[in-house]
Structures are given as C-alpha cells and as structure tokens.
Design a protein around this ligand. Sequence first.
Ligand code: ADP
Ligand code: MG
Length: 254
Amino acid sequence: MTTVVSIVSGKGGVGKTTTTLNLAAALAERDHYVTVVDGNLTTPNISLHLGIPLFPTTLHDVLQGKIDITKAVYIHESGVRVVPASLSVENLKGIKASDLQRALDPLVERKGWILLDGAAGLGKEARTVMRVSDTSIIVTNPEIPAVTDALKAIKVANQIGTPVAGVIINRWTGKKHQMTLNNIFEMLEKPILGVVPEDQKIQECISQKKMFFHTHPQSRTAYRYRYIVSNILGQPYPRPTGLTGAFKRTFLNY
Ligand SMILES: Nc1ncnc2c1ncn2[C@@H]1O[C@H](COP(=O)(O)OP(=O)(O)O)[C@@H](O)[C@H]1O
Ligand SMILES: [Mg+2]
C-alpha cells in the first residue's frame, strides 16, 4: 500500500514545496516509488518549482473527472513522479478540494509514497490535504511566527485525526536570533526529523527550475535530506564518506 504523507506548515513560504520535492528525490534515490501531488489547488506550486508550466493534463482534470490520475503523472529525471495542479484559474470551476481522496485512489494500490505538497494556511485546502493523508509532516523555520503556526497545524491535524510524524526545521542558520532546537521541540512536542540549513544553492535551483537534491546529490544539504528520509524510514543514515574530525562531528549533529 502507498503511504500518503502531507507536508504542511500553517505559515506560507517556510519551504513546504522545496522540502516535498527534495524528500521525494531522496526517497526515489533509495528506489522507493514516489509520487508528489500538488495540494495547492488555487495557487499551484510544483509546476513553478520544476519549470513545467504547461502540462497538458493536471490534477484539475482529474478532479473534474475528465481523466484518471495515472494520466496526469509526469516522470521527472530524478525518478520522482509528479502530478501538477493547473496554473489556469479558469480550470478551477466546479472543483471541490474534498474530491482529492477519490482522485488519489488509483495511486494508492501500489507500494510506495504519495507526498502531498500542502497549501499555505490552515483553511479548507490545507485541511483536505491533511484529511486524505495517513500522516503529516510539519515544516517550519526556526522563528517564532513559523513555529507558532506549526503548533496550530499540529492542533488541526489532531482535530482531524491525522497523526503527525514529526517536524522538519528548514532554513537553519544557527544564528543567535533563531530559535534553538530545544525551544522548538518544547513548543511542538513532536520528533524533529531533521534540520535543513539555509542554502543559497536551493534558491538558485528554484530560479533555474531544478530539483536541488537531483542536481547537488553530494552537497551537505542533500545529506540532510537523506538523514530525514532515514528517520522517516527508520533505516540507517548513509553517512557521507571523506569527512573527518571536527567537521564530521558537527555535520553529523544535524
Ligand atoms: N533551505 C533553504 N535555503 C534557502 N532558501 C530556501 C530554503 N527553503 C526554501 N527556501 C526559499 O524559500 C522560498 C519558499 O519556499 P517554498 O518551498 O516555495 O515554500 P512554501 O511551499 O512553504 O510556500 C523558496 O522560493 C526559496 O527561495
Ligand atoms: Mg508551496
């Protein structure tokens, strides 16, 4: 069976789409069958990140009952399967976000993962994405506004009855003004699956419509994604080779 994981945050712009795509690529690297589905129905994200704005078929066609979801899957060169949402607002007519569950059904048979890239906020779209998933992962930044919204997202998940697997802290710099991991853990009381640093290369990749993990597989940040995937799978972390001494210790701390 497929495990459906929603990536949510409460606050917008913390890195849900970035995290979803790079975790998907890290799972695909381990030969997992992964499909990323854009849960941002009114403001699609995936196609903007991957630079494929004019898909002939999208999730909207699936939700409108025009096609089966398997006909809206695009295979990225990383091996990740992608179901984009439509960028055209006109295509939104008649679509209920709650139809998502039914739309995903044809993908659910197969052993693998569906990563649902959640919408910003905690409105109907974001809730629907949580409702149809087996588990949610919360993405946050080490700052009070983001962590406060992450806490709200956890509460909403509790209300809906979707378990929260843990929290990913994105855009970590280690600077004094950022919250510490302890503070974040004390506030959210969920396992911290990993920390992804602030990395300009991620921004460069987004502007070039590239999937960071795929184009920078040996970067330190790519290993952070591998670390998170190891935590999700409960499998050993593939430690990078060639690192020694203090650098290795610091690096492996997170
Ligand atoms: N680890 C990171 N390092 C640097 N910039 C990042 C990182 N993660 C995300 N960003 C920046 O934040 C922006 C928003 O990320 P995105 O994944 O689109 O957030 P969301 O999906 O939560 O709205 C990106 O366009 C990118 O510029
Ligand atoms: Mg997004």
